[in-house]
Design a protein around this ligand. Structure first.
Ligand code: SER
Length: 585
């Protein structure tokens, strides 16, 4: 079996159990600048876990493309990946523990033919926030899991939440025993020695963690499961690392063939980062110096450094990309569709990086000759770091050139500086992640509806070209980007504001209908969300005023919104303006 076959088996199995198959959301979350990348299958489904009705029903299954970059520097070992695919089945207030465990057990043992002896499970041990999950343990037993392979752990292991607040709950994790010797007499699924590998996580999402740290019950009890495709594929093929499976092996072999100085860590880094970069680019990513673009830039540049390390000519990049499209194109047709864009983006970034390296080298030689004049033989940690930060000049290249010229470098202190820098950027990206998922409350819902009113009012005042280009909502304000070639005048803004407030005062009813995308377009609905929900879309209508394709949620009557006030109008990018506005109660 290969990864694509496992994916298909999974989707077919859940289809046969009444689940609708929904498409993977893009890696770059739609309309949500507060989160860098989609990091879990539940991420695009948050509104529905909170009670919003999903157009495809209450039982869903999907594969979701995910990118996690917290461990980017670990890639090169035998297991870490940045991009991965998560298979998931979802119950939105429909079935719960009993059925979910039955399906998981049946799928693993009957469809994938994994002997039950290979499996163990963990359950939530209980604390002040939620009880010990004995129900889950009982259900496992009823499904044939022997008591001695059912473990209990606390929140660190058996509680799932994305970020700090939001929908969450106890989970039960399923582990595969690789057959390796136990690391000690206490060896268990959570010890991390590698004997047990987690394959599937079933989250029983019935809680919401509030910003004050307390937990409330959600409107409905959900199931969110995630099964890591690369991992299960590796285990079923009896391989030691994902790099030995068909997803990565042909690229690993090709790099070995081309390498003048082979090393396996570099080949893994090139293979892994190339795949991730291509997936991000296919979903609309562009390298830059901030946020998402910066992550992509790091992936591409790290890959290039390791190609250099392997002694592989950068002229080979296009050939390597084409090889990867051949390997992955059937699983991800978007790679085939975006082939030229992928090649151009990566080659352009390569050219920039090569320039960076040239400039950095010039700067370094200058520094070294200054040191020579002063009779100093060591390049300081600050100098090495400055080359890294300003020129993106890798520390190992600095070291090589310094040594060629008879200098040492202060690596120890550089490592310290570098770790501090890494910690800062890690905190930065976690901070981003925090805001994104959880904030779905009365206030953000009100802003969501106000955004629709604003969108329509802008089109009335400025013209139909003023379509949405982006939106971001917090509990404090809405931010809306739209197409418009010049500054919006004070009079126009006043008129927009007046129209929105008029619609609020009319206390219009907000209604929702599901229809096909084509019907939605025909009915005159505006909106950005092409293909977001597969066959069907939701259309929100606000009285006789606005009709827009959207996932929701929204208020029921516009009367509750209060007074709408535009705080700021400014340029966002070429041809795009940005409005920040608030609702005053
Ligand atoms: N949300 C859980 C995870 O990401 C299960 O899908 O592991």
């Amino acid at each position: 079996m290969n990864a694509l076959e496992i994916r298909n088996k999974f989707l077919n199995y859940f289809k046969s159990k009444g689940h609708s198959i929904i498409p993977s959301s893009p890696l770059i979350p739609e309309n949500d600048p507060s989160v860098l990348f989609t990091t879990a299958g539940m991420h695009p489904l948050v509104p529905y876990l909170l009670g919003e009705k999903h157009p495809a029903g209450v039982r869903l299954a999907d594969y979701q493309k995910c990118l996690r970059t917290v461990d980017i520097d670990e890639v090169g070992d035998n297991r870490h990946l940045t991009f991965f695919e998560m298979l998931g089945n979802w119950s939105l207030g429909d079935y719960f523990k009993e059925t979910s465990i039955k399906y998981s057990m049946e799928f693993l043992t009957k469809e994938l033919n994994i002997p039950i002896e290979k499996l163990s499970v963990t359950c939530f041990a209980g604390d002040n926030d939620a009880p010990r999950d004995e129900e889950t343990a009982r259900i496992w037993k009823e499904n044939g899991m022997p008591e001695e392979r059912i473990y209990y752990f606390g929140k660190d292991d058996n509680w799932w939440i994305a970020g700090e607040t939001g929908p969450c709950g106890p989970d039960t994790e399923i582990f595969y025993d690789t057959g390796k010797e136990p690391c000690s007499k206490d060896c268990n699924p959570s010890c991390g020695c590698g004997k047990y590998v987690e394959i599937w996580n079933n989250v029983f999402m019935e809680y919401f963690k509030n910003p004050d740290g307390t937990y409330s019950k959600l409107k409905q009890r959900n199931v969110d499961t995630g099964l890591g495709l690369e991992r299960i594929n590796m285990l079923l093929q009896g391989k030691e690392t994902p790099f030995d499976t068909e997803i990565f092996k042909p690229m690993m072999d090709k790099l070995q063939e081309l390498a003048k100085e082979d090393n396996i860590a570099s080949r893994r880094i090139v293979t892994e980062h190339l795949r991730s970069s291509m997936m991000v680019i296919a979903d609309g990513g562009k390298p830059s110096n901030i946020d998402r673009g910066y992550v992509l830039r790091r992936l591409i540049r790290r890959m290039i450094r390791h190609l250099n390390k392997l002694g592989i000519s950068l002229e080979k990049l296009e050939e390597l990309i084409d090889l990867d499209i051949k390997i992955l194109g059937e699983m991800y047709p978007e790679l085939v569709k975006n082939r030229d864009n992928i090649v151009n983006t990566i080659v352009e970034e390569k050219d920039k990086f090569v320039k960076t390296l040239e400039n950095g080298e010039k700067e370094l030689i200058k520094e070294l000759s200054k040191l020579k004049e002063k009779n100093v033989d060591t390049l300081s940690a600050e100098q090495v770091f400055k080359l890294y930060e300003t020129y993106g000049f890798p520390q190992e290249v600095t070291k090589e050139i310094a040594e060629e010229n008879g200098f040492k470098i202060d690596l120890e202190n550089f490592d310290k500086l570098f770790k501090e820098h890494q910690e800062k950027s890690r905190l930065g990206s976690e901070q981003k992640f925090k805001g994104g998922l959880a904030e779905q409350n009365e206030q953000t819902i009100a802003y969501h509806t106000a955004t629709h009113l604003l969108h329509k009012a802008l089109q009335i005042v400025l013209g139909e070209h003023a379509t949405q280009k982006g939106s971001n909502i917090t509990t404090e304000r809405l931010r809306f980007d739209f197409a418009h070639p010049q500054k919006v005048t004070k009079e126009e803004l006043d008129e927009v504001e007046r129209i929105v407030n008029e619609q609020i005062q009319r206390d219009l009813k907000v209604t929702c209908e599901e229809m096909s995308y084509d019907d939605a377009k025909k009915s005159g609905a505006i909106g950005l969300f092409e293909n977001k929900y597969g066959d069907k879309v939701k259309v929100y209508t606000i009285g006789d005023f606005s009709k827009e394709i959207c996932g929701g949620p929204h208020v029921e009557h516009t009367g509750v919104l209060g007074t709408f006030k535009i705080k700021k109008e400014e340029a966002s990018s070429a041809g795009v303006r940005r409005i920040k506005a608030v609702l005053i109660k």
